[in-house]
Design a protein around this ligand. Structure first.
Ligand SMILES: *[C@@H]1O[C@H](CO)[C@@H](O)[C@H](O)[C@H]1NC(C)=O
Ligand SMILES: *[C@@H]1O[C@H](CO)[C@@H](O)[C@H](O)[C@H]1NC(C)=O
Ligand SMILES: *[C@@H]1O[C@H](CO)[C@@H](O)[C@H](O)[C@H]1NC(C)=O
Ligand SMILES: *[C@@H]1O[C@H](CO)[C@@H](O)[C@H](O)[C@H]1NC(C)=O
Ligand SMILES: *[C@@H]1O[C@H](CO)[C@@H](O)[C@H](O)[C@H]1NC(C)=O
Ligand SMILES: *[C@@H]1O[C@H](CO)[C@@H](O)[C@H](O)[C@H]1NC(C)=O
Ligand SMILES: *[C@@H]1O[C@H](CO)[C@@H](O)[C@H](O)[C@H]1NC(C)=O
Ligand SMILES: *[C@@H]1O[C@H](CO)[C@@H](O)[C@H](O)[C@H]1NC(C)=O
Ligand SMILES: *[C@@H]1O[C@H](CO)[C@@H](O)[C@H](O)[C@H]1NC(C)=O
Ligand SMILES: *[C@@H]1O[C@H](CO)[C@@H](O)[C@H](O)[C@H]1NC(C)=O
Ligand SMILES: *[C@@H]1O[C@H](CO)[C@@H](O)[C@H](O)[C@H]1NC(C)=O
Ligand SMILES: *[C@@H]1O[C@H](CO)[C@@H](O)[C@H](O)[C@H]1NC(C)=O
Length: 675
């Protein structure tokens, strides 16, 4: 009792000292010199292209450095937060953004000087790029670690077993690297404080004892073993995961998972693509705490019943995408009133629309590619009973729906994604027109609209778009639509992708496209446009489809004498226009081009040498023009070429020998030389 009192007293003294030093303002605990030195040595071996560690300067207080956290009482470095927090840009992001993202990753080597940080409890190096480095053995001697995150960082090789010495670890995340385990996961079993174990993508095919090694960890809450080549069900021991809440065994080759059903504390189960076969086990029935259940991409027997769902009234996420189910969806779905995400796409299921009425929290629903044989309005009406304000995404494409376009659609205030395509019978013309009007007039929250490949017909006007202020992509190619706005119209949206192929867009290049700030992909092929190619389009275009119009004049101003930034241009199609003059010689401006099609125009002159600078080019067509002269030998450097079509020109000389020698990937070569 006395000892306790004394240590409590000592503790209070330290607190008091800390408070005094805070109030004092300038006697803050500084970084321990030797630890600052260890950090600088560690920094020396890192590659830090974006200067994330620029604050790490000799002589300065290391407790103030980026990512470094010290114990405020002792000054010891206790946490190193060097994981890259920013997530990768989205697919349409400009190349410059991707570049910046990769630059901001740390790389290089991990210097053993880290071992000198004797009080380090938190080490996060995740989401960096260590270029195939092995996980350093010395990390296993950093005994004070409670959190170790080396995920997403391109570590390669065997997992060092001495990580099992880190007995204080609560979090161990080694996921999404290229690691393997040669024999056994037994080393994990000693980590008795472990709450989180992440080994996703580590090859554990040889560690057949993974279940034995982990199931007795008394504090384990999350186990992530996705894509670990776990096979054929471990031996059916009785498992003892007393606290396990999150279990991710997706992307494996398990056949039986019956041991899971004893784990009543589970909140989240991911068994997607895990090779489970046969009836869907009704064992899920008693797992009444479940909120997340992903069973997608398995081969369940088509007659599996889903009645066991009825007791899972906490369930928020359910995916049965591509599991081979047939017949009527169980009425039990009606009990799942907590569901926010439901996906049973790619089966042969029918559903009674009235069961959807009680799904009052639904946000994303994908029922596409099934055999739902109802009026589309019944589905929309059932959903509108209760999920009007919440539904954000609805996909009912590729079913056997029939009927009129439902008026209620416009009432879904948050719908951002809608796909009713493409196999619906009900897209008769008059109804379609109405459909377009409804979609565009009222769905002001729409971000992605895809109505490509239908038979939509009619005139679109500026007002259709006036509420679509946050539209980010608009894919509507291959319809019979006309859109010729007033030349001064400024669209209310900034789309990254626009597809208006086969529309009628007027005789002039659509001026409104110039206001698209973030445009990456544009398809206005076969749209009846004439005149010169635009001299000022939009920055950072990646894919540009301008073919089958009446563009005339030279390519020069468009490619070589304009404010157009073509640095990231990846695909350029301008075939079947009325272009004339020579092919300009400024292709070094477009180093990222992979596909270039200038065919079926009236281009003349010689093939310019700068075409040889497009090192990434895979497909090049100059066919059916009036080109003459020889095939320049500089094209032999285009070693990625798969398709080269120079036919229907007046090219002379012999077929160059390098075509076969240097262009070893070439699959198609079309060339008719005039001799
Ligand atoms: C580890 O880092 C990754 C990427 O930064 C993050 O997604 C993950 O949640 C972290 N793991 C843990 C256990 O905190
Ligand atoms: C650390 O782990 C290794 C391998 O698992 C073991 O041989 C060694 O004895 C352990 N060292 C300590 C100090 O526990
Ligand atoms: C995992 O490792 C085994 C050999 O240990 C190998 O046969 C298998 O192909 C590996 N799996 C993957 C996905 O790399
Ligand atoms: C399960 O855990 C409990 C308490 O931690 C322990 O007493 C029991 O022996 C364990 N059972 C098995 C099968 O390992
Ligand atoms: C669910 O639990 C009940 C009672 O606890 C039990 O009788 C039944 O067998 C369990 N069902 C399944 C499928 O495990
Ligand atoms: C599905 O339900 C409908 C009526 O709700 C019924 O007529 C039909 O026979 C059922 N189909 C199957 C395969 O059970
Ligand atoms: C909901 O569950 C209860 C009991 O679990 C069941 O009697 C009822 O039929 C279920 N409702 C639906 C719509 O399935
Ligand atoms: C539709 O679902 C079936 C399985 O029912 C699948 O084989 C097919 O590939 C799916 N179609 C598409 C376009 O995904
Ligand atoms: C835009 O939305 C508002 C309110 O949702 C609506 O009153 C208005 O009619 C819509 N405008 C157009 C042009 O559809
Ligand atoms: C579309 O507008 C044009 C005139 O701009 C008109 O000639 C044509 O009849 C209209 N088409 C429809 C289907 O309304
Ligand atoms: C380049 O463009 C400007 C107008 O933007 C034009 O005046 C000039 O003649 C063009 N240069 C050539 C060589 O065509
Ligand atoms: C070539 O372009 C002309 C119009 O410039 C078009 O009429 C013709 O169909 C095109 N030929 C091919 C084979 O695409």
């Amino acid at each position: 009792m006395k000892a306790v009192t004394i240590s409590l007293f000592g503790f209070l003294l330290v607190i008091a000292a800390a408070i005094i030093s805070f109030c004092d303002g300038n006697s803050k605990v500084l970084c321990i010199g030797s630890e600052g030195q260890a950090l600088l040595t560690f920094k020396q071996d890192l590659i830090d292209r974006s200067n994330r560690l620029s604050s790490w300067v000799e002589g300065e207080d290391c407790c103030e450095w980026h990512g470094v956290f010290c114990n405020i009482l002792t000054g010891h470095v206790k946490e190193l937060h060097l994981g890259l927090l920013s997530t990768s840009p989205d697919a349409y992001a400009p190349a410059a953004e991707w570049d910046a993202y990769f630059r901001s990753k740390l790389g290089g080597k991990i210097n053993p000087s880290l071992v000198d940080l004797k009080h380090l409890s938190f080490l996060d190096l995740s989401n960096n790029e260590f270029g195939g480095l092995a996980i350093p053995e010395f990390i296993g001697s950093m005994k004070s670690l409670t959190y170790l995150n080396l995920s997403w960082a391109n570590f390669v090789g065997a997992i060092p077993h001495n990580l099992g010495n880190l007995s204080k670890l609560h979090y161990l995340d080694l996921g999404i690297n290229s690691l393997f385990e040669a024999k056994t996961l037994q080393w994990v079993s000693g980590l008795s404080s472990l709450q989180y174990l992440g080994l996703s993508l580590a090859n554990l095919s040889k560690a057949t004892d993974w279940l034995q090694a982990t199931h007795n960890l008394p504090s384990l809450v999350e186990l992530h073993l996705s894509g670990c080549s776990l096979n054929n069900g471990p031996s059916p021991i009785s498992v003892n995961y007393t606290s396990l809440a999150v279990l991710d065994l997706s992307q494996n080759m398990l056949s039986s998972v019956t041991w899971i059903f004893n784990l009543r504390s589970l909140v989240s189960i991911d068994l997607s693509s895990s090779g489970v076969e046969g009836m869907i086990p009704s064992g899920f029935q008693n797992m009444s705490s479940l909120k997340f259940l992903d069973l997608s991409w398995n081969s369940f027997s088509s007659s599996s019943t889903l009645n066991w769902l009825s007791d899972l009234n906490q369930l928020q996420f359910l995916s049965l995408n591509s599991v081979g189910l047939q017949g009527n969806f169980s009425s039990a779905i009606g009990n799942l009133s907590s569901l926010t995400h439901l996906d049973f796409s790619n089966n042969q299921l029918e559903i009674e629309p009235k069961y959807l009425e009680s799904l009052c929290n639904m946000r994303e629903m994908d029922l596409s590619n099934n055999t739902i044989n109802h009026e589309v309005s019944e589905i929309i009406e059932s959903l509108s009973r209760c999920s009007l304000d919440r539904l954000e995404s609805l996909n009912i494409a590729s079913n056997k729906l029939s009927g009129n376009f439902p008026d209620q659609l416009g009432q879904f205030k948050n719908l951002a994604y809608l796909s009713l395509l493409p196999k619906l019978h009900f897209w008769s013309h008059s109804i379609l027109n109405r459909g377009v009007v409804i979609i565009e007039r009222q769905l002001g929250n729409l971000e992605h609209l895809d109505v490509s490949n239908n038979m939509l017909e009619g005139n679109i006007s500026e007002t259709h778009f006036s509420n679509l202020t946050i539209l980010r992509s608009f894919w509507a190619s291959n319809n019979m639509l006309t859109f010729i706005p007033n030349p001064s119209w400024i669209p209310p949206f900034h789309c990254e992708g626009i597809g208006l192929g086969n529309w009628r867009l007027g005789r002039q290049f659509p001026q409104w496209l110039q206001f698209q700030r973030n445009m990456y992909s544009l398809d206005i092929s076969h749209a009846g446009i004439s005149g010169p190619l635009p001299q000022a389009i939009f920055s950072d275009l990646g894919d540009l489809f301008l073919s089958k119009n009446f563009f005339s004049g030279s390519l020069f101003n468009f490619l070589c004498n304009s404010s157009n930034n073509l640095k990231v241009l990846n695909i350029l199609h301008v075939e079947s226009n009325l272009l004339s003059g020579e092919i300009p010689d400024c292709w070094e401006n477009m180093p990222m081009l992979e596909v270039l099609n200038l065919g079926n125009n009236s281009l003349t002159g010689k093939i310019p040498r700068s075409l040889g600078s497009m090192r990434l080019i895979e497909s090049l067509s100059l066919r059916n023009n009036n080109l003459f002269g020889e095939v320049p030998s500089i094209l032999q450097h285009l070693v990625n070429m798969l398709v080269l079509d120079l036919s229907e020109n007046q090219l002379t000389g012999s077929i160059p020998a390098w075509i076969g020698d240097k262009l070893s990937n070439l699959e198609l070569f079309q060339n008719v030389l005039v001799t």
